[in-house]
Design a protein around this ligand. Structure first.
Ligand code: PGA
Length: 326
């Protein structure tokens, strides 16, 4: 069905937000086409003359020759850069300059996560086009918790996002599913948006436990959070993080589809259709476009390659691989 809808003939580019798990194609091409017109973002400025007329006609007759690839929720691709404990004052200001100079596709939510100590300077020098995330936050209200930073303090600084449940915090620091769930609830209740990470270890994959592990991690979020509208799920197989061993597009797509189904079965159809699921683990400027073409990959969480402005910009702009000439 996806192949038979939404129309062609010009260089227009369409991105249609996902309607519901498994029915995105229907949203894009059913007789309810017109009622979705408000959701469809079409770059009509690229059209001119005959192409524009053809495009308008196509919008009304429902005849089509190409499918459209859709993304969840806002319909926006999401790319986050996780700088981890890298950099110094000099390299951070160089990276900020590179990002400020980069040409980024419009239809992408772009977020970077510097180390805590650079958050303020990055917030003050980085283009507002890019939002800023912390890499962690405390599980509750601030106070006598040496070395921790509270969600309230992050909000006070102007930080919009926080990465929680990253595998390095799970497996190096020892954070549990339950603790991460609580942290997420606290951050969301205090106005931060959450990049909620999940992912299996190599031995868990090899034991055929990938989905079981991911579902347990998801359940811990679901049991604690007040809602899913400010959550982006980052699927990051631990064996792919920082190893240069990227999951194949098919491996990633398979798990993303399972996650989306889990949300439909255990949270709601709305959470399933609206929550963006991004992939992380050795994403770089050379492999992002192919990964981006996968139906359920709504963006990326990038570690190493986010430390180089031009490479990160290329990954952000891999959204163009997602868009289908219509
Ligand atoms: P990587 O890290 O891109 O360096 O593999 C990804 C992450 O940890 O978020």
């Amino acid at each position: 069905m996806a192949q038979a809808c939404c129309v062609a003939m010009s260089s227009a580019v369409m991105v249609v937000p996902r309607a519901a798990s498994g029915v995105r194609a229907a949203a894009a091409c059913s007789s309810s086409n017109l009622s979705f017109a408000g959701l469809r973002r079409v770059e009509t400025e690229r059209l001119s003359g005959f192409a524009a007329i053809q495009h308008e006609l196509s919008m009304y007759n429902g005849v089509a020759s190409r499918g459209v690839v859709t993304m969840a929720g806002t319909g926006k691709f999401f790319v986050g850069g996780n700088w981890k404990a890298n950099g110094n004052k000099e390299s951070v200001s160089k990276l900020v300059k590179e990002l400020n100079d980069a040409k980024l596709e419009e239809d992408v939510d772009v977020v970077v996560a510097p180390p805590y100590i650079y958050l303020d300077s990055v917030l003050n020098t980085l283009t507002k086009r890019i939002e800023v995330s912390a890499q962690n936050s405390w599980v509750g209200k601030g106070g006598a918790f040496t070395g921790e930073i509270s969600a309230e303090q992050l909000k006070d600084l102007g930080v919009q996002w926080v990465i929680l449940g990253h595998s390095e915090r799970r497996h190096v620091i020892g954070e549990t599913n339950e603790f991460i769930g609580k942290k997420s609830a606290y951050a969301l209740n205090n106005g931060l948006k959450v990049i909620a990470c999940i992912g299996e270890l190599l031995e868990e994959r090899e034991a055929g436990k990938t989905t079981q592990v991911c579902f347990e991690q998801l359940k811990a979020y679901a049991d604690a959070v007040p809602g899913w509208k400010d959550i982006v799920i980052a699927y990051e197989p631990v064996w792919a993080i920082g190893t240069g061993k990227v999951a194949s597009p098919q491996q990633a797509q398979e798990v993303h589809a399972e996650i989306r189904k889990w949300l439909a079965d255990n949270v709601s159809a709305e959470a399933s259709s609206q929550t963006r699921i991004i992939y992380g683990g050795s994403v770089n400027a050379a492999n992002s476009a192919e990964l981006a073409t996968q139906e359920d990959i709504d963006g990326f969480l990038v570690g190493g390659a986010s430390l180089k402005g031009p490479d990160f910009a290329t990954i952000v702009n891999s959204v163009t691989a997602k868009k289908v000439p219509a």
